[in-house]
Design a protein around this ligand. Sequence first.
Ligand SMILES: [Zn+2]
Length: 220
Amino acid sequence: MGFPGAGGATGGDHRADRPGAGRYRQAGGAPDEAIVSRSIDNRIGAYVVAEALRLLAQDGPKHAAVFAVATTREEIAWTGGGARTSAVGIEPNVALVVDVTHATDWPGAEKKRAGEHKLGGGPVLSRGSAVSPVVFEMLAECAEREKIPYSVQAAPHDTGTDADAIYNALRGIPTGLVSVPNRYMHSPNEMVAREDLERAARLLAVFARRLDPKVSFIPV
Ligand SMILES: [Zn+2]
């Protein structure tokens, strides 16, 4: 899950003792508790989903059965990796994909193109052709009701995540995409904020509890 190998977790009072943490701060301001590790992309997604399941075990959804899947091959074959076979096997009414996305809170980041997504800014909700507009709206509503901060990312073509393999599986599966802002993606020291992991997990749980038979995923 990324945690056992996390070598550079920074936080609290220890920050001043760690020159590395100081540099991260200069790069845009790190939240109090960040996790640094290789392969956060996307092992951290499995953590978020497991944490959502833990929350749902305490307070379960009344109308939905929830399946959690950890998939392989997204990075090399997101149009045909484990996500597609899982989607076909489960045949869900709705799917949420959890991944990381590039944080853009460092100097030189292309905010104009990628949007403004910062560590500690909450989950990033994608909208675009792979994402159901109904699922997006429900996620945004759930976040607002729960006072979970979030930002929105445009994904006009593909998303580069498992969503691309799920939304067009079978006869089409309404799919949402929840991403955790990740700084230094694809480097040995990827960095995410713990509070964003907690928020993303809580958002998934709230979404699952929000489902009932009256919810229609047909866009109006
Ligand atoms: Zn990646």
